[in-house]
Design a protein around this ligand. Structure first.
Ligand SMILES: CC(C)(COP(=O)(O)OP(=O)(O)OC[C@H]1O[C@@H](n2cnc3c(N)ncnc32)[C@H](O)[C@@H]1OP(=O)(O)O)[C@@H](O)C(=O)NCCC(=O)NCCS
Length: 182
């Protein structure tokens, strides 16, 4: 019983702490950093307008709405990262037969370079831990920023898929990366 109460108090404190941070951020915007306000939650259809707006700005060949809804239907892990109820980024992960695949990871153009992408990648890796042995992903060989992030988080190059992506002037190769989880 005491253990239950202890657990309850812990959860209550966490919730109060988060609510406090948002309260202070509203009153004193400079007193709380954006990183402290980041939250992850499952993406819903209501998020799609915000998600698609980011997607269309970030990619020359963006996913259309049906790709996101197919991911929902397939039961993939679809998450948004938000602060103060504003979607700043999103990430999607599939897990099957011991393999996790990062399907998309994307931060709003005007929110990049503040550590949000790294937080999302770490979140996906933690989501996969215990359910998959390896996390895989593919990235355009020209996407130096994303490659730097993945390698810094411990992903290793495992191969190149020739002409994997459409490109303005033909096709572009994909770099395949993997992270062992144990
Ligand atoms: C790739 C992406 C998700 C990274 O997210 P982000 O929030 O901008 O990145 P972070 O601020 O977490 O930075 C993580 C690392 O990325 C690299 N990076 C970020 N911005 C960079 C820049 N302008 N120039 C060079 N490297 C950069 C750095 O290695 C950085 O680590 P550091 O802060 O220790 O130097 C984001 O840039 C994005 O959404 N890009 C468009 C969509 C995309 O290409 N997605 C990946 C598809 S595979």
């Amino acid at each position: 019983m005491n253990e239950m109460r202890g657990l309850f108090d812990k959860i209550k404190n966490l919730v109060v702490y988060d609510a406090d941070k948002e309260f202070y951020a509203k009153i004193f915007p400079d007193s709380v950093s954006k990183k402290d306000l980041l939250r992850f939650r499952t993406m819903t259809t209501a998020d799609l307008p915000a998600v698609l707006a980011i997607e269309r700005k970030n990619y020359q060949f963006p996913w259309e709405e049906d790709v996101f809804t197919d991911c929902f239907k397939a039961g993939y892990g679809c998450y948004v990262c938000e602060a103060m109820d504003k979607v700043l980024g999103y990430c999607l992960l599939s897990i099957a037969v011991g393999e996790a695949h990062v399907l998309n990871i994307s931060v709003a153009a005007d929110e990049q370079g503040q550590g949000i992408g790294r937080k999302m990648l770490q979140f996906l890796v933690e989501t996969a831990r215990g359910r998959a042995e390896t996390v895989f992903l593919e990235v355009r060989v020209s996407n130096e920023i994303a490659i730097a992030l993945y390698q810094d988080e411990g992903f290793n190059e495992i191969g190149i898929r020739k002409a994997y992506y459409p490109a303005i002037d033909g096709r572009e190769d994909a770099m395949m990366l993997a992270l062992q989880l144990f």
